[in-house]
Design a protein around this ligand. Structure first.
Ligand code: 13P
Length: 249
């Protein structure tokens, strides 16, 4: 059976200034010669337009890290999906655990943002994941399945989208689940996606995120139902990110 192309997404979080565009350029140049994976970089909003210009026509797409659910209005400090698309983004990460925790985003709010993203023509990456307490209580599968059910709006069924499984306790900690645990949750996420949206959603990629590094990327990406990776810290430097991209090829 033909292996589908893996999606490798870099989430720069609140990191990156003008000088960081050099890293994006180095990633673009290296990707041009490697092929094999679909690569997306999600810089802070201040860099989206410049990065999109820089990477235009190359093999690396640009995404946002969040958007507002409304297209415009009196929401000081917020950015709409339409604005991201206008700046050159084609993808947007939504419902990241840092947004859910630090900004109190609920599943319903995430679902509204996903609707806004698809209305603007963006491809949403919807994040789910359990905390350490939830895992230790044996609730990981139930928590993640509930998040999928609540965060994926009806309108998504005919659209291109991805789900990212990011165990909260694995983000930025250097800890990762075992490959068996990743396979178990990804299988459950697939069941939840299909239960929510129907058979048409069986091919939507499910990315793994949380301490993905050059050393563990190959094994994680070879795990059942892992359609790619959502990478934080190791996406900031081309020297760390490229081996992860190459591990997906
Ligand atoms: P790290 O790769 O730094 O653990 O971050 C993962 C993440 O949150 C990506 O969205």
């Amino acid at each position: 059976m033909k292996q589908s192309v893996k999606m490798i997404v870099g989430n720069w979080k609140m990191n990156g200034v003008s000088a960081s565009l050099e890293q994006a350029q180095a990633i673009r140049d290296a990707v041009a010669g490697s092929g094999g994976a679909r690569v997306v970089l999600c810089p802070p909003a201040t860099l989206v337009a410049r990065m999109a210009d820089l990477l235009d026509g190359g093999g690396v797409a640009v995404g946002g890290q969040d958007c507002h659910a409304k297209p415009s209005g009196a929401f000081t400090g917020s950015i709409s999906a339409e604005m991201l698309a206008d700046a050159g983004a084609t993808v947007v990460i939504l419902g990241h655990s840092e947004r859910r925790t630090a900004f109190g985003e609920t599943d319903a709010e995430v679902a509204a943002k996903v609707e806004a993203a698809i209305a603007a023509g963006l491809e949403p990456i919807i994040c789910v994941g359990e905390t350490l307490e939830q895992r230790q209580a044996g609730d990981a599968i139930a928590v993640v399945s509930d998040q999928v059910a609540g965060s994926l709006p009806d309108g998504l069924s005919e659209r291109v989208f991805a789900v990212a499984y990011e165990p909260v306790w694995a983000i930025g900690t250097g800890l990762t689940p075992t490959l068996e645990q990743i396979a178990e949750v990804h299988a459950a996420v697939r069941v939840a996606i299909v239960a929510r949206l129907g058979e048409g959603a069986r091919t939507a990629p499910i990315l793994y995120g949380g301490s993905v590094k050059p050393e563990n990327a190959r094994d994680i990406l070879a795990t059942a139902e892992v359609g790619g990776a959502l990478v934080g810290g190791a996406s900031l430097k081309a020297a760390d990110f490229m081996p992860i991209i190459q591990a997906a090829a």
